[in-house]
Design a binder for this molecule. Structure first.
Ligand code: NAP
Length: 253
């Protein structure tokens, strides 16, 4: 009898930013679908708890640190050959207009969303190809498809992350690797709390009077695209709450 937690028996999928929100929900959904999730993030206590719950593996990861990504990839390789990668780590900081742009906020957003996705993808790509049926899912945002006032640091980072991801669709043509970009609208997670530096009242206002998406809604979409047969590549999925038309336009009750 094989152990359900033995990575050798289940395909390996790496989920970055799996200590909360969409990443944690994705680790749960993919584990339920028979994957062995390798969860990466900085907050180890939370990661370990989720990994235990789903029979996955928690590994420390700071996507803004090249050495951390290298060590993470080395430890993933000890578990086996990754077949899936969900680039999810990232987020937003602040809502300053261009005139008041905060370079530290910009650096944080570009380092975590853009360069972080680049570093992890680069490190694991040889394994994904070698697996013979690799799949890269990148969680961008509707902020990667449009711009809004006060959002330039985040929208520019998500546009760049999307461009990086979509470039691979051409560069990897002929390789056994699928690429799916998932671009959500408003999802109720710790995202707004991080954006507003822990200000819960401000964060709550983002979701006031609407029914936002949940992390599970996005995770179910990740699980769906990853469970299609190998010849089916779902390129892009845009999902928003019914109450949201654009990044700035909501129906609030
Ligand atoms: P969240 O609850 O704040 O989760 C963000 C995750 O990213 C956390 O697990 C965090 O873990 C991780 N992370 C941040 N910086 C990291 C770093 N340097 N190294 C490793 N991990 C890092 O927010 P979320 O909504 O689930 O966000 C997940 C993704 O969805 C992000 O890319 C976000 O831009 C995108 N998104 C969110 C929404 C939304 O409305 N919520 C909409 C569209 C797209 P640690 O802090 O433990 O490292």
């Amino acid at each position: 009898m094989t152990s359900p937690t033995d990575p050798a028996d289940r395909p390996l999928v790496v989920v970055t930013g799996a200590s909360s929100g969409i990443g944690a929900a994705t680790a749960r959904a993919l584990a339920a679908d028979g994957w062995h999730p390798v969860l990466g993030a900085r907050r180890q206590d939370r990661l370990a708890e989720i990994a235990d719950e789903v029979g996955g593996t928690a590994l420390p990861l700071d996507v803004t640190d090249a050495g951390s990504v290298e060590e993470f990839a080395r430890r993933v390789r000890e578990l086996g050959t990754a077949r899936g990668l969900v680039n999810n780590a990232g987020g937003a900081k602040g809502t300053e207009k261009v005139l008041e742009a905060d370079e530290e906020h910009w650096r944080w957003m570009w380092e975590s969303n853009v360069l972080g996705t680049l570093r992890v993808t680069k490190a694991l790509l040889p394994d994904l190809i070698a697996s013979g049926d690799g799949h890269i899912v990148t969680i961008t945002s509707i902020a990667g498809l449009e711009v809004y006032d006060g959002g330039s640091g985040y929208t520019s980072a998500k546009h760049a992350e999307g461009a990086l991801h979509r470039t691979l669709r051409g560069e990897l043509l002929g390789e056994p690797v699928r690429l799916t970009e998932i671009a959500p609208g408003a999802v109720e997670t710790e995202f707004a709390l991080v954006r507003f530096d822990g200000d819960q009242e401000r964060a709550d206002k983002v979701y006031a009077g609407i029914t936002p998406l949940t992390a599970d809604d996005v995770a179910a979409t990740v699980a769906f695209v990853m469970s299609r047969p190998p010849h089916v590549n779902i390129d892009t999925v845009v999902l928003k709450p019914r109450d949201q038309a654009t990044g700035m336009r909501f129906h609030r009750t």
